[in-house]
Design a protein around this ligand. Sequence first.
Ligand code: CIZ
Length: 319
Amino acid sequence: MSQSQNTQSPKEILQEIETLKRERNAVIIAHNYQPSEIQDLADYTGDSLDLSRIAAQTSASVIVFCGVKFMGETAAILSPGKTVLLPVPEAGCTLADHASAEEIREMKKKHPGALVVTYVNSSAAVKAESDICCTSANAVDIVKAIDPSRQIIFAPDYNLGHYAAKKTKRDMILWNGCCPTHALLSTLAVEEARKKWPKAIFMMHPECRPQALELADYIGSTSAMIRYAKQQPAGTEFIVGTEIGLLHRLRKDNPEKTFHVASEFLVCPMMKMISPHDVRDSLKKMQHVVSVPEDIRVKAKAAVEAMLLYTGNPAKTAD
Ligand code: CIZ
């Protein structure tokens, strides 16, 4: 880093980002779990599905994806003609790492005829081995829509699969992966938060463990929580059982309501890796380009598009 870059103020960095954005015809998108300063500098914030749709539909030629690797890959899968940049390439996802394409192939051999439903928190190679993807926002609807006579392998998140199985009364083969951040929300932590804020509505993400989910007032994805919180009257208090980054958006959208994080452990270190400097460097040096081999991209795109069709919301993509 040069001396002048070192001494730049936060405001100067933001100005440089704006200039680079115009020069590159770029758009910046940030996941709901990103640090607040990244959410604030982004053009759009949302969940991985919202953001991939935005990436596919934008007229910008460069997409700076402030999130983790699988999200950048999903955008690249849907937007082959655009350049997708991940400011910090080391930002991965432990949950996605729980399943490899080879393991999915082995599982399919063991259960011939089973349909593979894969959470978007998975690598492009795993998506390419899947029949249909889902997000935490639509997992229940996707499972519900599948022919009841078909066996389902649900990967890689055990907790989301368990939740979808319970809601749909389907007996599914569940993968043994989990998000280590959401798994940290213990029943003890839930009870302690309840004691501290007895009047609050407890919202929880379906990536939390089943025992914790039993104690929730409302269960939903980040986009569902954003919608639900908006619908509640002014003065409502909430305890939020998901990654702490979501509280920034919830508070911004609802200044007349109160939000508490359910546990101080709900911090995903991967989601906190990107700084405004990284966004600036990403645009300046056009780094780090997310690329998905074409044979994998085409197969993974079919699984992502199958999900978009099931949910009645196909993405407008280039090919
Ligand atoms: O789908 C996403 O973006 C994730 C990881 C969580 C959520 O509920 O939005």
